[in-house]
Design a binder for this molecule. Structure first.
Ligand code: G4P
Length: 297
């Protein structure tokens, strides 16, 4: 399976990000807790140089708790203040207020020394499309003040949301572009639904998921779909089609429908809390990825 990303989008996103970055003191970066590595664009480290930084593991309700904790430690060891959140339910928001205060201590102190008092800290939420930026802003602000939905850029113009006396949040989230250099990253993004399904082969993607599930969560699919284990992924897909009565023309199994159903179940957490990407060996992977880019430049 081959994934493509369009440089045009990338250039525009980067320009917007650079402009907005000038306006803020703090960058709140959202990653998807199921794929914290692949849903993160490390270019933000360069773009956000000199800013206070917070990393949020969003959609933590869909990922395994032990890996949420492991990833939190991973980011904390890298020097980021980190919080696990579920923006859809609004959990983790209190902890964020505390962490924002902590992240901005230095700036508030610097201002105080210069005689500037009570100037609010300005923050911006960033992340790749669909990671939950708008949902998070709504949850943090406590009311529906930005539109949510899978349409990056629905909010236009610069507006600030006053979170409290000390913090203001840019109402427009910064859109980071996913990194597609590594096909594994592309696969992870496709599995969580961050790449439009129309440009993907649903069956192939579902078979990748089956392979992963059989390896890391053995027995989970058999239990969920009340079916027997099969030797290969396509047979498993057929088993799901049979169990869920996905049929075409009378009695023929509709494997494509079963593939879509499986992916939907996974994305909505109906297969349980699943972490696709663990943090073991992540630093090594990152070095390799960066090394390849440096080589290309
Ligand atoms: P974006 O601004 O970064 O592009 O993302 P957005 O807020 O639009 O969220 C994308 C999808 O992710 C939404 O689902 C949203 O509900 C869901 N989401 C955001 N945060 C969380 C979370 O912490 N946990 C879970 N489980 N889901 C989250 P959607 O299918 O587009 O819409 P809907 O489900 O709200 O109808």
């Amino acid at each position: 399976m081959y994934f493509q990303w369009y440089p045009g989008h990338m250039t525009k996103a980067k320009r917007m990000m650079q402009e907005n970055m000038k306006l803020v003191d703090l960058v709140i970066e959202l990653v998807d807790a199921r794929i914290p590595f692949s849903s993160r664009n490390p270019d933000i480290d360069e773009l956000g140089r000199g800013k206070a930084r917070v990393v949020l593991l969003n959609k933590s309700d869909l990922a395994e708790e032990r890996w949420n904790d492991a990833w939190s430690r991973y980011f904390e060891e890298k020097g980021f203040l980190t919080v696990k959140v579920n923006s859809k339910k609004g959990s983790g928001m209190k902890a964020i207020q505390t962490v924002i205060g902590e992240a901005c201590k230095e700036k508030i102190e610097r201002d105080r020394k210069r005689g500037i008092l009570n100037r609010p800290v300005r923050a911006m939420v960033v992340g790749i499309p669909n990671v939950g930026k708008s949902t998070f802003i709504n949850a943090l602000a406590g009311k529906a003040c930005t539109k949510t939905g899978n349409k990056p850029g629905v909010t236009k113009g610069k507006q600030w949301i006053r979170l409290n006396r000390q913090v203001e949040l840019l109402d427009t989230p910064g859109i980071l572009w996913p990194k597609f250099e590594d096909q594994k990253v592309g696969l992870c993004l496709a599995l969580i639904g961050s790449i439009k399904d129309e440009i993907l082969n649903t069956e192939e993607l579902a078979m990748e998921l089956i392979q992963f599930m059989q390896e890391k969560y053995p027995g989970a699919l058999e239990e969920k779909y009340h079916m027997e284990a099969a030797d290969d992924s396509y047979e498993m897909l057929k088993g799901i089609a049979k169990s869920r009565h996905c049929l075409v023309r009378g009695n023929e199994l509709d494997v494509e429908k079963a593939a879509a159903l499986l992916l939907d179940d996974f994305r909505n957490g109906k297969l349980g809390r699943i972490t696709l990407e663990t943090c073991q060996n992540k630093d090594e992977n990152e070095r390799q990825l960066r090394g390849r880019e440096d080589g290309e430049a």
